[in-house]
Design a protein around this ligand. Structure first.
Ligand code: SIN
Length: 551
């Protein structure tokens, strides 16, 4: 049987000859991971572990932008109020206020690292940041770089990183599990002391030691068959933390973006909400502005409301999609403000300047995650989580558009300060004798088809039973199927050599189960969690987080 897969106790006979120790380990290379690493490198050595190429992240796909108060007409109070309103009663106001008010400083830092946000002429020869608007925001406050804001941030932070000493970037390294003192049976206070990582080129599992591990692995959109997320979004950080006994919160709140392109070949292409901010309207095949019938704010109502309105409309009419209509705007404006979307649609035969874009809702953002405070500190010492992987509470039951890049930039800074203040003087990651990974008598996976089949089955059943509208019966069905799948995946994990596909499947089934478990516990409808069995919001009993603890 494989050794450390079973969390074997440290065995002095198997002490490692070489193990790499870093002052900080960052898992993930989106805005949270890169901005943490850029700052942390001033204080010690940093390893960034990322399972594909460094730029293969959710951040790089972000279109709309980053929300921040930057104009005289706006205020922190307004941004806080909009966030609380979207969050449907579950956002702690102190957390929201901290993140919102530290936004301008974080933006200045991004600009100092080279990020170029769009600006416009003021008329008196000056320029100012060109602020966009998105659903749920009562003011223009979205900093953007055309419709490829995430790509701009990712590119510039990676460029800054290349100029930074003290950072080792480990691409094609898949973080398998956290190493904790409790799992190894050490009689020391429980804490995280490193990670096991699959080096995808050598096929070897390496042991990386650190007293400060930061999860920045993004979300889990790939748990659904229809998603705007890239293939990397398989919930790795939440699954790892959960297996290590770390608290997880609010996993039932999965945000479905109302406007994913509906096309038979291109499945995950987002049409940014900023387009609605610039006047695009959701319509049905008769060009009827149907969202207005569900909410007076129409297409710019918060996402949960808009996605549910589309879902109802599709179920009612039996049509496969609705449409986003921006044809009333001049072609030059569309092509200049949304070049990426305009060109991509044009390549697919859709001219957004003359015809409405076919769209459907798709899984977009995980509002819950590893439970943290506003410094990213988790329930396990030595472990922080920042960005989509984490649940600080900022997003409550429904995230306000473009608040996520803001959270990544602000909380990564706070997490570093917290980590610097909390380093244990005994340096356990260096002084404890951590066992190396033992593969045991495993063989190569003999039937990849089983992995792909299970992967598809999870994603399909999550879409059918656990998406925009839920029922207790559908959740129960999903739970039963997932239990069986989990058993099968575990068998695979123990008996075969680990591969990225197998590890992703193991994480996916874990995270899917957490979503179903959390959704089944919440006996009300709130924000992104809507169930036909409990359609009302029940503030008396359920105005609280869903917190899961494994042990
Ligand atoms: C979008 O551009 O619509 C996505 C922005 C976000 O999810 O915050």
């Amino acid at each position: 049987m494989p050794g450390n897969r079973r969390n074997a106790r440290a065995d002095p006979a198997r002490l490692p000859i070489t193990m790499k120790t870093h002052d900080f380990i960052v898992v993930g290379s989106g805005i949270a991971g890169l901005s943490f690493a850029l700052r942390a490198a001033k204080h010690g050595s940093v390893a960034i572990v990322t399972k594909k190429g460094a730029a293969d992240t959710n951040t790089a796909q972000a279109q709309g932008g980053i929300a921040c108060v930057r104009s005289e007409e706006d205020s922190f109070d307004r941004h806080v109020a909009d966030t609380l309103d979207a969050g449907a009663g579950l956002c702690p106001e102190d957390v929201v206020r901290t993140i919102v008010s530290e936004g301008p400083r974080a933006i200045d830092e991004l600009i100092a690292w080279g990020v170029d946000f769009d600006s416009r002429e003021t008329g008196d020869g000056e320029t100012e940041l060109d602020l966009g608007r998105e659903g749920g925001h009562t003011k223009r406050r979205i900093l953007h770089s055309k419709d490829t804001t995430g790509r701009e941030i990712e590119t510039k932070l990676l460029a800054a990183l290349r100029e930074t000493e003290n950072v080792t970037l480990l691409e094609r390294h898949f973080a398998i599990d956290l190493i904790t003192t409790a799992r190894l049976g050490f009689a020391t206070p429980p804490r995280c002391v490193g990670i096991y990582v699959l080096n995808e080129d050598s096929g070897e599992v390496e042991t990386l030691r650190s007293d400060r591990v930061v999860l920045c692995t993004g979300g889990c959109g790939r748990v659904y068959i229809y998603t705007t997320n890239p293939s990397v979004a398989t919930g790795d950080g939440v699954a790892m933390a959960w297996r290590a006994g770390v608290e997880v919160a609010n996993m039932e709140f999965v945000q479905f973006h109302p406007t994913c392109l509906y096309h038979r070949e291109v499945k995950s292409f987002l049409i940014t909400e900023a387009m609605r901010g610039e006047g695009a309207i959701l319509v049905d095949q008769d060009r009827r502005d149907f969202v207005k019938e569900y909410d007076p704010r129409g297409s710019l109502a918060p996402r949960d409301i808009v996605a549910r309105a589309i879902d109802r409309e599709l179920k009612r009419t039996g049509r496969p999609c609705v449409y986003l209509d921006i044809t009333h705007k001049p072609k030059d404006f569309i092509a200049e403000r949304f070049p990426h979307i305009y060109e991509t649609c044009l390549d697919l035969g859709i001219d957004a300047a003359t015809e409405p874009i076919p769209v459907v809702p798709a899984a977009h953002y995980q509002c819950g995650g590893v439970r943290t405070d506003v410094n990213g500190a988790t329930s396990l010492a030595g472990l922080w989580a920042v960005g989509e992987v984490a649940c600080t509470g900022l997003h409550g039951a429904n995230r306000l558009a473009s608040n996520s890049l803001l959270e990544g930039a602000v909380v990564s800074d706070r997490a570093l300060r917290d980590a610097l203040a909390k380093r244990p003087p005994s340096k356990p990651a260096e002084t404890l004798k951590l066992p190396e990974w033992i593969s045991g008598n495993v063989t190569d996976v003999d039937e990849l088809v089983v992995i792909y089949h299970n992967w598809d089955e999870i994603r399909r059943l999550m879409w059918d039973y656990v998406s925009i509208v839920r029922t207790s019966k559908r959740l129960q069905r999903a739970a039963t199927r997932l239990q069986n799948l989990q058993r099968e995946v575990q068998e695979f994990y123990w008996n075969f050599r680990v591969t990225p596909e197998l590890l992703e499947l193991r994480n996916l089934v874990e995270v899917a189960s957490l979503i179903v478990d959390s959704a089944a516990r919440r006996r009300e409808s709130r924000g992104l969690h809507y169930t036909l069995d409990y359609p009302e919001t029940d503030d008396k009993n359920w105005r609280k987080d869903t917190i899961l603890r494994r042990f």
